[in-house]
Design a binder for this molecule. Structure first.
Ligand SMILES: *Cc1c(COP(=O)(O)O)cnc(C)c1O
Length: 382
């Protein structure tokens, strides 16, 4: 089965670019990650930022169908949007603005992650007023230094556990800063800090399940797995261990239609700024996608696309709506208006394109534009 986006209204026939998202590959990646976990550890899914740009309302239910029961988003709005799609599942909100939103959170099927002693105080007071225990996760900062309770704040909670009165602590989590660099010394330091935070709280009788690993953290070893892993990127096909073969299946394909094909003479230039000059006569195809579609401008004179198994170079600047590629020597049957060009596809995977653009797969995915026609496939290769 295949479903189509309704906003913006697009069709395959009328759109310039097509984004195909393989829900079967995402579910398969979740199973692959789960199979790597220490026995008994749960595999959750991070679906923040609209499932890294791929459509949380489609991705999350597909993962729930595969057996995933715990989901993470970042903003409260994301949680409120997603929770109704996930009956029976836990939806954690990693960075909710708590003050003033307590009743919104309590009434929705979402669980706040408490990042400060102030969050703890607000949630505990609200639970007391509500007259019932309310679920929450505690985030211990072990070295990222963005969000979370510092080691001394964890100690405060351990010494004054009454601060947690009314809070049903469902999870203790922390986040790794360098998990994609297996030899970085911060990994072991964060692991030790996390174990320390966990045992400090346990002495006060607060001993919830624990979660440390993101996608890359899963590959650091079973000592990083605890009770739950929280992969995001690897679900969507991003390599969890850079410079090693990628065990994840590609989940997204981005194609754009050729609009025009033209011959160029030697010494002619192409595009804004006339940045590419042809050394000899050749042929250019103009493709219906540009940086407004999330195809990075930095790929001008640097990226490659694929047409029917042939690798071709991006020539000239990538403009807002159009990209020009050098199709010199390719058959006219193949290269003509309407032909689909792979901007990201089986022969030019996401991570390679991101690398050529000077960024990472995470950014490339989350910037994919809204005007492409999106197709979500239930299974099989995109
Ligand atoms: C984004 C995020 C994750 C997922 O990280 P990936 O590298 O995409 O697997 C896990 N935990 C937290 C707190 C996050 O913000």
């Amino acid at each position: 089965m295949t479903t189509h986006a309704t906003t913006p209204a697009t069709t395959f026939a009328t759109a310039g670019a097509i984004i195909t998202i393989d829900l079967g590959a995402v579910a398969g990646n979740w199973r692959t990650l789960r199979s790597r976990l220490a026995s008994g550890a749960e595999c959750a899914a991070v679906v923040k930022a609209d499932a890294y740009g791929l459509g949380a309302a489609r991705i999350a239910p597909a993962l729930a169908k595969a057996g995933c029961r715990t989901f993470f988003v970042v903003t409260l709005d994301e949680g409120l949007d997603l929770a109704p799609h996930l009956p029976g599942c836990a939806v954690y909100v990693l960075a909710p603005p708590l003050a003033g939103n307590e009743s919104v959170i309590a009434d929705a099927n979402v669980i706040p992650v408490l990042n400060t002693l102030g969050d703890v105080a607000l949630w505990s007071a609200f639970a007391r007023d509500a007259g019932r225990p309310l679920p929450a996760a505690l985030h211990a900062d072990t070295g990222m230094r963005r969000l979370g309770l510092t080691p001394s704040e964890i100690s405060t909670l351990a010494h004054e556990p009454e601060r947690l009165a009314g809070i049903d602590v469902k999870l203790l989590l922390s986040h790794l800063a360098c998990a994609d660099e297996p030899h970085h010394p911060l990994n072991a330091r964060q692991l030790a800090q996390f174990i320390a935070a966990k045992s400090r709280l346990a002495t006060a009788g607060v001993a919830p399940p624990a979660s440390l690993a993101n996608s890359s953290g899963i590959f650091l070893g079973t000592e990083y797995h605890f009770d739950m892993a929280r992969p995001g990127a690897a679900l969507y096909g991003i390599a969890p261990v850079p410079d090693e073969p990628n065990p994840m299946a590609q989940a997204v394909r981005v194609q754009a239609k050729i609009l025009q094909v033209r011959d160029v003479d030697a010494a002619e230039t192409v595009g804004y700024g006339a940045t590419h000059r042809f050394a000899r006569p050749g042929r250019i195809a103009t493709v219906a996608a540009g940086y407004a579609d999330g195809y990075p401008r930095s790929l001008g004179n640097a990226g490659t696309c694929c047409i029917g198994g042939h690798r071709v170079a991006v020539v000239g600047r990538v403009s807002m709506d159009l990209t020009t590629i050098d199709v010199t020597g390719l058959s006219e049957d193949l290269v003509r208006p309407g032909t689909l060009v792979d901007l990201i596809g089986p022969d030019n995977p996401l991570d390679d394109v991101a690398d050529a653009a000077g960024t990472i797969g995470y950014e490339l995915l989350t910037r994919l534009g809204r005007r492409a026609h999106r197709v979500w496939r239930e299974g099989g290769a995109p």
